[in-house]
Structure formats: C-alpha cells, structure tokens
Design a binder for this molecule. Sequence first.
Ligand SMILES: [Zn+2]
Ligand SMILES: [Zn+2]
Length: 172
Amino acid sequence: MWRIALERADVEPVEFCQDLELPKGVGGEDALGWGPARLTGRLARRGEGYVVSGSVQVMGQLQCVRCLEGFPFSVQEQFSLRLLPLALAPSEEEVQLTRRDLDVLFFAEPFLDLELLAAEQVELALPVKPLCQADCRGLCPQCGSNLNQGACPCPPQVDERWRKLGDLFPPS
Ligand SMILES: [Zn+2]
Ligand SMILES: [Zn+2]
C-alpha cells in the first residue's frame, strides 16, 4: 500500500519518489501491459487542504486500433492537483471514496494514495485512439493481413460510386 498520511505535510512539505505497479485495468483494453511506474512529487499544505504536484513516468504496450499490433508507449505526465476534504465537495450525490472534479481531488480518508494518483495521471495521458504510427495502414478488410508489412495479394477494392463512373466513361 503506497500512501502518505496527509498530516505529514502539515509541518513541512513532503517530497516523494516512489516506484510502483499500476493497478489492473489502467488503459482498459487498449493497454497490453505496463512496466513499473515512477511517481515523484511534493505534497504541501494549502488552505483547507493540500496541493500535490509532480510527475509520473511509465513505459507500456498499447494496442493499435487499426492494425491491432502492440507498440511501446511511454508516459511522462506532469500534474498539479488540489486535495480537499470530501466535506467541501460542491454537491452531495452518491457517496464515493474519492471524487474528481477537474484538478481538484476530494479525499474521504486523510491519505494520499500514490497508486491511485499514478493510475489517474496515466489514464489522462493516453490517446483516445492509440496508433502504432500516425499513418498506420491497418489490416486488409478482405484477407486481414497487416498492410504495414507490405501489400497483400487481394485485388484493390473499388468503391461502388467510382465503378459507376467507370461505366459511364469506359477507358478508350
Ligand atoms: Zn497500427
Ligand atoms: Zn488482403
């Protein structure tokens, strides 16, 4: 359990540098795996709560949405968040342990959960549609081969609309 008691920052700011494992499920189905994450930062008292700032670094494997191959992806994300007691949360909807509202994190227990913090920051850094390369050619819709590895033997597919034009203007 990687967590820091918030009261430790009441006297003076707490610096941390922690190697940890991301919890299961970070990145959803797009993520094939993650190496150890490194979370560094500083926790300080501010107003009625605290502020935590720092960065998270991790290397992982994502799956390309076009060709379905895994590819290496590195995250290096900076963050700066306010931590406020849950009692100060603006509305009283369903009770949750922590609630996120932009860059304010509400805490129910007086701890900073480093694993949760790292997981959230990595999620924010992930692309909506991961691509192994910007111009990934994807898979052939007919035979399924990976077109990044070369052309497949399938005949080129002609769009029906162009085929009709071809009938109107036969090659002479
Ligand atoms: Zn790809
Ligand atoms: Zn093909």
